[in-house]
Design a binder for this molecule. Structure first.
Ligand code: B16
Ligand code: MG
Length: 213
């Protein structure tokens, strides 16, 4: 049991649920409409990164300059397609493993928060039946700087009333582990972040969190 940890801050996409495939499908449609090359390898670089920065990465392949207005319009197109896909999500998109693990962690007295770069985080939480579940939600709507800046996690810790050193961040993205590291949080990595050098607690599955507490 990690006795000094009092709160857990979960990334959303890639940790609590899997909206990454919807991000990919929506960006791919936008890129196809624009005749821009986009593939799963480029998509991997978008994990945990904000919408605007994601677009900049996608536009690296393009020789011409896009105006700020054109970029804003591409982001609206992508987000509208993405939200159509999110609207198809239901409570069936929350696994029993994730829900049971969250419940057990809460029973152990831990406070639970979300720390997500997404501006759609609250909509996603509602769709999967976790709209009122977390003690705090810090997301893309309350930050100015996205991961790898620690702001989203620092705000989550503040909402919980804990110091960063008292919180564990659970992330699937290297950018997210970098953000947690910069903010002096404890760090658990799942999926692509499992084998990242800065990850303190590698998780094979979400339920592995119960081996820490
Ligand atoms: P939105 P997370 C991140 O969510 C995604 O991993 C990333 O791919 C996306 O660009 C970012 O949210 C912004 O999302 O367009 O919905 O505001 O992993 O931080 O929960
Ligand atoms: Mg993520």
């Amino acid at each position: 049991m990690e006795s000094n940890i009092r709160g857990i801050i979960f990334d959303l996409d890639g940790v609590i649920c899997f909206t990454d495939i919807f991000h990919y499908q929506a960006w791919k449609k936008m890129a196809d409409n624009e005749g821009i090359e986009f593939n799963e390898k480029i998509n991997e670089r978008l994990r945990g990164v904000s919408r605007a920065e994601s677009l900049e990465i996608i536009l690296e392949k393009v020789s011409r300059e896009y105006t700020p207005e054109e970029k804003a319009s591409l982001m609206v197109q992508k987000n509208n397609m993405y939200r159509e896909l999110l609207a198809t999500m239901t409570t069936a998109d929350l696994s029993d493993e994730v829900k049971n693990t969250l419940d057990t962690l809460r029973e152990k007295g831990l406070k639970l928060a979300i720390g997500s770069s997404s501006k759609n985080a609250k909509f996603i939480l509602q769709q999967i039946g976790l709209g009122d579940y977390f003690d705090a939600v810090s997301d893309g709507t309350n930050i100015q700087r996205s991961k790898p800046d620690p702001q989203v996690f620092l705000m989550a810790a503040e909402m919980l009333g804990f110091a960063p050193e008292e919180c564990l961040v659970v992330e699937d993205a290297e950018a997210g582990i970098d953000a947690a590291d910069a903010g002096h949080f404890h760090k658990a990595g799942i999926g692509p972040a499992r084998n990242y050098g800065k990850t303190e607690f590698p998780l094979n599955s979400f339920a592995d969190l119960l081996q820490i507490f």
